[in-house]
Write a protein that binds this ligand. Structure first.
Ligand code: PHE
Ligand code: FE
Length: 315
């Protein structure tokens, strides 16, 4: 597909790590001594038998939940990559298989990495994945994305050519967002699509977001819960919408198809959006607006009861 003609990014060299201006706000992450500017680990971790068993148990738990809930592209990707062969998948093998399909690879990183480094890897079709796995104690919920979230959640959809292109374009989009100092807005788009997106299939929402597909509670809550809003995706709106990073989502945004997502994002010039955006978010994460194409108006009961901290049941 052609890039939009007004796109000044055409002249950008995406192979080199972007410079971040001093006035651009980025999370203050401390780079571990053993990684360089690219934040890449020298090698994938070697997992113990117990850790490999954690992968296997997480894998079977999700595979019991996803059929009938995940979109067909995600189920197809899971099938193609066969991530349940036993233990944490080997990144070399995964990268070879993915590479042959869409040119993507999977590379190990120690933890969450800075935005500009993340954009740079995505722009070069490298997906950074955590080089560690959660413990039995944090089996149900982790704060840092581990190898299960990253590989089980994100990698299967990288077998889909259009989604694979979307993620690369998203990485490239980081350069422009940094120039406009609008990383939060672009981050909200990632959150409500790549992490927590739903997609219409056979007239019903299905899961494609990795934050949903890699967790047992959210996979059910996002689709069947009465509590959360389900709203058709509108990029301008979503980029103005706050989000929660440590609980189930009050709102999920739904796309018609990956082609719809591509039209709304890749084929659109974000300069115009960024110029009109304020520096902070305009809408609360639970808000329903007049302009929304609403599929389900959430009761927000789960959050009214206090959410995660209160041990409220997701309803
Ligand atoms: N078209 C967007 C821009 O002009 C780039 C983009 C692609 C943004 C994919 C998000 C996702 O900046
Ligand atoms: Fe993720």
């Amino acid at each position: 597909m052609p890039m939009n003609s007004t796109n000044s990014l055409d002249s950008q060299d995406f192979s080199v790590l972007p410079d971040i201006g001093r006035d651009i706000f980025t999370a203050p992450l401390k780079r571990p001594a053993h990684v360089g500017e690219d934040w890449l680990e020298p090698a994938q971790a070697i997992y113990s038998a117990d850790e490999n068993a954690i992968w296997d148990d997480l894998f079977s738990r999700q595979m019991a939940i996803l059929p009938g809930r995940a979109c067909s592209a995600l189920l197809r990707g899971l099938d193609t990559l066969d991530l349940g062969r036993g233990g944490v998948p080997e990144f070399g093998r995964l990268s070879a298989e993915l590479g042959a399909l869409t040119g993507w690879s999977v590379v190990p990183v120690p933890m969450l990495i800075p935005d500009h480094v993340f954009f740079w890897h995505l722009a070069n079709r490298r997906f950074p994945a955590g080089n560690f796995i959660r413990t039995r104690e944090t089996f149900d919920y982790i704060e840092q994305p581990d190898v299960f979230h990253d590989v089980f959640g994100h990698v299967p959809l990288l077998t889909d050519p259009m989604f694979a292109d979307y993620i690369q374009a998203y990485g490239r989009a980081g350069w422009k967002a940094m120039r406009h100092n609008r990383l939060k807005a672009l981050g909200a788009l990632y959150w409500y699509t790549v992490e927590f997106g739903l997609i219409m299939e056979d007239g019903e929402p299905r899961i494609y977001g990795a934050g949903i597909s890699s967790g047992p509670r959210e996979a059910v809550f996002a689709l069947e819960g009465q509590s959360p809003n389900r709203i058709m995706l509108n990029v301008d709106r979503v980029m103005r919408t706050d989000y929660v990073i440590d609980d189930l989502q009050p709102s999920y945004f739904v796309i018609e198809s990956f082609a719809d997502l591509y039209h709304q994002t890749v084929e659109r010039d974000f300069d115009r959006i960024y110029r009109h955006l304020g520096p902070g978010f305009t809408y609360a994460n639970a808000a329903v607006l007049d302009i929304d194409h609403l599929l389900h108006r959430g009761t927000q009961e789960y959050f009214l009861r206090g959410g995660r901290g209160s041990n409220a049941d997701p309803v």
